[in-house]
Ligand binder design. Structure first.
Ligand code: GTP
Ligand code: MG
Length: 229
């Protein structure tokens, strides 16, 4: 027998308020928070490594990287940028309380960008607001161009779609046009950025997109420490 219990309270309200507070606080600090979603292996860590290599010391960025087990991604990123691994111990997504603990574990100092690499999963992370300003979904060419329609929430709740591994386009049946049309049928405003993180193709346009978001939310250009690098 099924019993229906009516709850006269919005149970998600405290979590929403916590996320709004985090968003506000990070803006006051001058930091844009970017949450990256994708299925396992689409190239989130590779994209962040390519971003760090492109910017060098011109932008101050740090990464909180979520995984179910191991600190391998944080170890990969550590030579390039401050990175803290958030190990969920089984959970298929990150939650804001873990993100806040990770932020405390980062070296002190101002940041232009805080990237959160979510646990590789195209379903669960899309239901959790981490207090980010920008949410992105990374889709790689080896996954198939039909994924936006099959996993709509990740695409509906994102502002940009990064199509990674375009170097493999000659070898896999993937149409950027089909993936874009599929995704924009769900989220018409989605900005689409084709890249190869491995070969650093499209990384300048991706970084320009990030700078534009920084300016949009903070009203200022991100810090330029050394424009010659
Ligand atoms: N050919 C090609 N391979 C890539 C590219 N980007 C990433 N890879 C490879 O794809 C694999 C997965 O990349 P990761 O960056 O670890 O992917 P991820 O999304 O961080 O994976 P998880 O954290 O496990 O979800 C690695 O073997 C990368 O070298 C690319 O642009 N082209
Ligand atoms: Mg990774």
């Amino acid at each position: 027998m099924t019993r229906v219990i009516t709850v006269h309270r919005d149970l998600s309200a405290p979590a929403r308020a916590q996320a709004e507070e985090f968003r506000r606080t990070m803006l006051q600090r001058g930091t844009l928070v970017v949450n990256l979603l994708s299925s396992p292996g689409a190239g989130k860590t590779s994209l962040l490594a390519a971003t760090a290599a492109h910017w060098g010391s011109r932008r101050r960025m740090a990464v909180l990287v979520g995984d179910i087990a191991t600190d391998r991604d944080a170890q990969r990123l550590a030579p390039l940028v401050p990175a803290v691994q958030l190990t969920t111990g089984g959970a298929c997504h990150l939650e804001l309380s873990l993100v806040e603990r990770g932020l405390d574990a980062l070296p002190a100092g101002e940041l232009d960008f805080l990237f959160i690499e979510n646990v590789g999963n195209l379903v669960c992370p899309s239901s959790h607001d981490l207090g980010e300003h920008v949410r992105l979904v990374v889709l790689s060419t080896t996954e198939g161009d039909d994924k936006p329609a099959k996993y709509p929430k990740a695409f509906r709740t994102s502002q940009a779609l990064v199509i990674n591994k375009i170097d493999l386009l000659p070898h896999v049946p993937f149409s950027i046009r089909a993936a874009t049309d599929d995704a924009r049928a769900i989220q018409p405003e989605l900005c689409v950025l084709p890249v190869s993180a491995l070969h650093a193709t499209g990384i300048r346009a991706w970084c320009d997109y990030l700078d534009a978001q920084h300016e949009r939310f903070l009203g200022t250009h991100a810090q330029t420490i050394d424009s010659t690098t």
